[in-house]
Ligand binder design. Structure first.
Ligand SMILES: C[S@@+](CC[C@H](N)C(=O)[O-])C[C@H]1O[C@@H](n2cnc3c(N)ncnc32)[C@H](O)[C@@H]1O
Length: 213
């Protein structure tokens, strides 16, 4: 489901900074080589991620769900000069392709790309994060949130993608994944550890700010 009609989507893209040549290529090759290219953030969402990252100038970013590296490159654009981005994906098949993109972007030294299950990798991370992007498997959003919340500094931000789940969150007969998203959104809405806004961009991004209790 597209929340904006195609003409408005096109207009918004035409009035947003263009994608770099590398991002255009990642977009194109993802559509040619992978089975679910729609998972990639894309032009408009990518520019929003980049803009948010520039606003925060984060020293530490964590991304759960690298896929082909599109959103990692966007988030890395706003890194503090000493900053580092850790991105995790369970799918090892895309590793060579993604490492090539990071190298072409000049980001090999800035991005720590970890292959494995985020649920087992995150507990071993010692960093405190300024910005986290949750974009892995939808059933585990709540677990990801609980694993990272204590690792996010007070005043730091968490973004969770796909929280409108193609509009299914307002369906009267939700399926398993939709139920997971409904539970996650409801929990965040009532969680005193964060302030939140559901931004209806693309498939919906929940923006959360960790408050000091
Ligand atoms: C929606 S895609 C990420 C898209 C990417 N962030 C972007 O915007 O271009 C989700 C990714 O999460 C990965 N994933 C799913 N379960 C995971 C897990 N338990 N640990 C790490 N990665 C996981 C999948 O392999 C997939 O590549």
């Amino acid at each position: 489901m597209d929340f904006l009609n195609q003409e408005l989507q096109y207009y918004a893209e035409q009035h947003s900074s263009p994608e770099s040549d590398l991002l255009k290529r990642i977009h194109r090759e993802t559509h040619v080589r992978t089975l679910k290219p729609r998972m990639l953030s894309g032009h408009l969402q990518g520019r929003v991620l980049s803009m948010i990252s520039h606003m925060i100038r984060p020293e530490r970013v964590l991304e759960i769900g690298t896929f082909t590296g599109y959103s990692a490159v966007c988030l890395a654009e706003g890194l503090h000069p000493e900053g580092k981005l850790i991105t995790i994906d369970i799918n090892e098949e895309l590793e060579d392709q993604v490492r090539r993109y990071f190298a072409e972007a000049g980001l090999s030294g800035k991005i720590d790309y970890k292959i494995g299950n985020a649920l087992t990798i995150i507990p071993d991370l010692r960093d405190t994060f300024d910005l986290v992007f949750i974009d892995g498997d939808k059933e585990n959003y709540d677990r990801y949130f609980e694993l990272i919340i204590e690792k996010v500094r007070a005043g730091g931000f968490i973004l969770a993608d796909n929280v409108l789940w193609s509009g299914k969150v307002i369906n009267s007969k939700p399926d398993k994944k939709t139920n997971a998203m409904l539970e996650f959104n409801s929990k965040i809405q009532h969680d005193p550890r964060v302030e939140n806004v559901l931004l209806p961009l693309r498939d919906g991004i929940m923006i959360m700010r960790r408050v000091s209790l």
